[in-house]
Design a protein around this ligand. Sequence first.
Ligand code: FUL
Ligand code: CA
Length: 478
Amino acid sequence: MKSIQNLITAAVFSLVSMTNTFAQSAAAPKPYGAIPTKHQLEWQDMEYYMFIHFGPNTFTDKEWGHGDEDPKVFNPTKLDARQWARTAKAAGMKAIIITAKHHDGFCLFPSKYSTHTVRESAWKNGKGDVLKELSAACKEYGLKFGVYLSPWDRNHPKYGTPEYNDIFAKTLKEVHTQYGPIFEQWFDGAKGQGEKKQDYDFPLFNSIVYAHNPQAIIFSDIGPGARWMGNENGIAGETNWSTLNTDGFGVGADAPKASVLNTGDEDGKYWIPAEVDVSIRPGWFYSASTDDKVKTLEQLVSIYNTSVGRNSNLLLNVPVNRDGLIHPNDSTRLMELRRYLDASFKTNLAKGKKVTTSTEAGKGYSAQNLTDGNPKTYWTTGGKVKNATITIDLGKPTELNRIVLREYIQLGQRVRSFMVQYWDGKNYKLLDEQTTIGHKRILAFPAITSSKIKITITEPKAAPVLSEIGIYKAPPLP
Ligand code: FUL
Ligand code: CA
């Protein structure tokens, strides 16, 4: 009995290894340069999530509170964190990051290490805890939860002394032990001119985060999980490498130049992808004066294209108002954007269409992997072949205005330039010449009609490895 079982096991085993041999007739490509961690990959797939700026500034109409505001001003009597989470979910966002502590030092949770918190406020007679309510609401709606904490603190009496680092570390520990899991820790590098000097102990801060939330992506000017992309207008570099050199640099005044953060460093030593933070209104905090200045659908679509469409994640700020609610002007716009994006990317016109490439590495890496809708399968030229062309035959003249390309970034970011041409019935005509791709590159252009699209990848850093190409016809903007 035993020997029969052994025989069967052996037979099954050799069958499995045979199938593996067939499926991988070419060796899997080796990673190139710095590559993402598993957590960075998961983070990059989130693409779009909500930022919430909320605190005393909401009630005083300020952007940067001085820290001497009466905590009693904070009294959002109708606060409903479930409304925020419901809105984010319906908007297709994957998470919410909230200002647990902004520059004014006010904590949206009853921190033991501060006397400027919700506990000292009028809200719920000092018994409220915004982080508790929001982390629960995020769980309920299947969203991830993240926190912004400003190292710069204009309230804390110890700010400007060595003791402050320890206090900030303890504050972080409170947040990371009581409200987790936390998917992203946002460290702001901002600080006003002429303010008290403080040398931050970022190695200590990061160690606290990782000790309690090892999966967390730590955002700052220089990561290590994700980097600021250099402006607050929603525009990542047209060239955007997820790699960055950070040795010798710091946060805030010591950060690399904004122009470098905007594009990353080609061949940078570390994988530190960009996150685009931008507000749906002119300010980060709510003000009734901006109720009629919510960004238009057109502006938001453009921001989507220059963030998610340029190898970045989009952290869109939707400030909560004095009632403690998202204003209908903002939520209406978010739903318009959702509907527009869904309509734009519903039908991949390339799906299942014939794709031919100048080279392919062999079984398992075929050109058809580019249009199978699965980001885990990819095409590569493999080996030493770098330059390549990819032709997608749409079968008939087809109207299109978006092309989406994706690299299989698990193996590094390789493409540094590519050209897109379209068949006009007689010749190939130039549609666009571009640089990097990364996680996702969206090309948006006035509609053309064509039956064939040809993509030429020129001088990549190593054999190109692309997981998907999509061709779409987004509806006209109203
Ligand atoms: C900046 C801050 O100074 C703003 O108030 C806001 O929080 C923005 C997201 O980051 O550095
Ligand atoms: Ca694929």
